[in-house]
Design a protein around this ligand. Structure first.
Ligand code: ZN
Length: 408
């Protein structure tokens, strides 16, 4: 008896946790409620749908957002939709956020997490499910297309050592949802044309690349080809000229212009600069690599050993040694007495966090956020070249480049 009851109880609990439900539009959603769901307050307003990318694989992301109640819906790469927080309650998904002067966008929005990355295309199954889910939520809450926006559009950061004022660009979450081509595939025909909080000077631009991606393609009257998701910054648009993109190299033979009709011309082959249509993609070739400065003090070159350079910090986690054979070691990975034995041409970085390697799923921005282009951030390329953050082109950082950023 006791056993049967317990089984019944377990079965009921399971049914409550994993229940299939069809909305009016016929979308299948699996309820996978967060344990936080019942304690969440009802949301006072619903003005926006905020789109996120998980920046990680399904399993870990689903567990995390469910545990913390971080979204209302979750769309995996197969197109399955999970319900995490009741849509009438508040999910904590937008963090420090502002849009059109309103802050704490969690109180005004539904959050949808899409498994994937801010700069990678969605699967066709995701397009299908997300489009249906968005349309249904727009119908319920009477939301215009330009109220369906990426998280990166509303997230902002407090002042920090790189920006003296509050600024947009805290994260690039979901940024491809601002691409016009992506939006059209989701059935969304309008979108914000500019950042209202930047325009009103409530926020500064903290990530100009992101700003171009978010608002660049919106300003192009003609459609742009797919594949420009991550290159909004290189597309000519109203208010964005060849000069803005290529600078002094605009008429160089090394600068390639790909017109919307697919034809190509080099900078030196163009004479009428007023006739370049919006949607033209500008590609810069043959850029001289930025000057290489030794970011780390070369021990030995001035007769100083690694021990002398690192001093008391010789075995600190934030002391990084670059060995002549290419190996990289943190101070805490080297035995106390071993620093003195390091070869004389070992280089030393003091006060840095070893951020690890850049991979196809882990950008410099993922590793150190706003600091990616700071002159104090150090990149070590696979060929041993060391570059500072302000000398690196984010779109051409090779995979496996190691990133080091200031620890304070
Ligand atoms: Zn997000």
């Amino acid at each position: 008896m006791y056993r049967t009851n317990r089984l019944h109880f377990a079965a009921a609990l399971l049914a409550a946790t994993i229940a299939f439900c069809n909305l009016a539009a016929g979308i299948q959603i699996t309820s996978y409620f967060s344990p936080r769901n019942r304690e969440r307050p009802r949301r006072p307003h619903t003005w926006y749908i905020i789109l996120h990318t998980t920046e990680g694989s399904k399993k870990g992301s689903l567990n995390k957002v469910r545990k913390n109640g971080e979204c209302h819906y979750f769309v995996d790469t197969g197109g399955s939709i999970y319900r995490i927080i009741d849509r009438q309650r508040t999910a904590y998904h937008a963090g420090r956020s502002m849009w059109n002067g309103k802050t704490n966008i969690d109180n005004y929005s539904i959050g949808i997490e899409v498994v994937g990355y801010h700069d990678k295309p969605m699967t066709s199954s995701q397009y299908g499910s997300l489009k249906a889910l968005i349309a249904e939520l727009q119908r319920i809450y009477k939301l215009a297309d330009d109220h369906v926006i990426p998280h990166s559009m509303v997230a902002y950061a407090a002042p920090n050592r790189w920006h003296r004022s509050s600024h947009r660009g805290r994260k690039r979450c979901g940024m491809f949802f601002a691409d016009r081509t992506v939006r059209l595939k989701l059935g969304l025909t309008s979108q914000p044309m500019y950042d209202p909080d930047v325009r009103a000077r409530r926020l500064a631009v903290g990530d100009s690349y992101l700003a171009d991606v978010l608002f660049g393609s919106a300003r192009i009257s003609s459609g742009i080809s797919s594949g420009t998701v991550a290159s909004g910054g290189n597309v000519i648009a109203r208010g964005r000229s060849a000069w803005d993109i290529a600078g002094g190299k605009y008429k160089s033979p090394g600068t390639l212009y790909t017109f919307p009709d697919g034809s190509k011309r080099r900078g030196n082959q163009i004479s009428d600069w007023t006739a370049i249509p919006a949607g033209t993609v500008v590609t810069l070739y043959g850029q001289k690599p930025p000057s290489v400065e030794p970011a780390a003090s070369p021990a030995g070159s001035n007769g100083r050993s690694a021990t002398e350079l690192a001093g008391d910090a010789a075995n600190a986690k934030t002391t990084i040694y670059f060995l002549p054979d290419g190996k990289i070691r943190r101070g805490d990975e080297i035995g106390a007495g071993n620093v003195a034995k390091l070869p004389t041409d070992t280089k030393v970085l003091l006060g840095y966090i070893y951020g690890g390697r850049i991979t196809s799923h882990r950008s410099a921005f993922d590793i150190c956020g706003d600091a990616w282009n700071s002159r104090t951030t150090v990149y070590r390329l696979t060929d041993g070249t060391m570059l500072k953050g302000d000398a690196i082109n984010e779109n051409s950082i090779p995979k496996n480049t190691h990133v080091f950023f200031k620890s304070n």
